[in-house]
Ligand binder design. Sequence first.
Ligand SMILES: *Cc1c(COP(=O)(O)O)cnc(C)c1O
Length: 346
Amino acid sequence: MTTTKDITSLVRKNILKMKPYSSARDEFKGIADVYLDANESPYPNAYNRYPDPLQWSLKEGLSVIKGCSPSQIFLGNGSDEAIDLLLRAFCEPNQDSILLAEPTYGMYEVCANVNAVSVQRVALTNDFDIDADNLLAATNASTKIIFLCSPNNPSANLLSRQEIETILQKFDGLVVVDEAYNDFAETASFISVLNKYENLVVLQTFSKAWGLAGLRLGMCFASALIIDILNKIKYPYNVNIQTQRIALEALQQKNTVARHVEEIKQQRTWLAIELSALTIVEKVYPSDANFLLVQVTNPKAIYEALLQKGIIVRDRSHVRGCKNCLRITVGTPAENEVLLKEMKKI
Ligand SMILES: *Cc1c(COP(=O)(O)O)cnc(C)c1O
């Protein structure tokens, strides 16, 4: 079923009306011998020219891997840039809202706060899943974006695909599916249904499976209409030359990344079994990501004891629905051994 939703009417009116900044590299896109149009230095080094504002080479390479059109890709300084731009493009300050299913990734709320957009919340079910009817009932005329994180941070599980599709069909605003951890899950990306749902936005990142958190490169996939709006309001040269070059090279290392992901998944299974056997561990939640949410007897004390041994985990015990929980990233086999050895001593 293809739905018809009026995405343009969701965009803030000032954004629709405004003329975007036009850079030198927007106005002349070809190849020339002499560039005297951008006030750059003429003395060559690796960085004396501005980068491609729309990162076309990288998008071409990504479009093959992801199975979408380059015009359906936005690249930003981390996926956090896309989250912020979506809020700025679609949510009127002091008027509109976003809906979150908690517990979830903290940046959605931070970006909403920065942009004076209010946050509506529903609780995930006891097994951290969503209920479409429950979410839809929590929306109102001010709700512009529903953020769904799948696999979810910090609960580590995939959300029910059927429930997400129901929300995509019934909700008239945008539905953002944050797939930062999808490489570690067994299910296909929502990118495969981009052409079916014009209100779908998919976020992915180079920060996790690709091993490039320090590079700061995030991906956003949506209809060309939505991508054009993000491009209209982004900083002109938001992804630098070095990042574009290194990411393009990384695409050639796809097989190495896949090997690392396989090892992480094996280690995740092993670590979950080993942790479950400890008396200080009450529950290890199922994980489709590269981390485990672990309910323990005394999170503060265990966090501190590990810290003393130079092992840092994330205390999530104060987060809604995560009572007594630590979030533990799956490391190398050697790191996981050390973690386990120290936890056995507590
Ligand atoms: C880590 C993470 C990201 C990645 O953010 P970047 O800005 O791309 O590093 C996005 N969403 C979630 C849920 C994450 O956990």
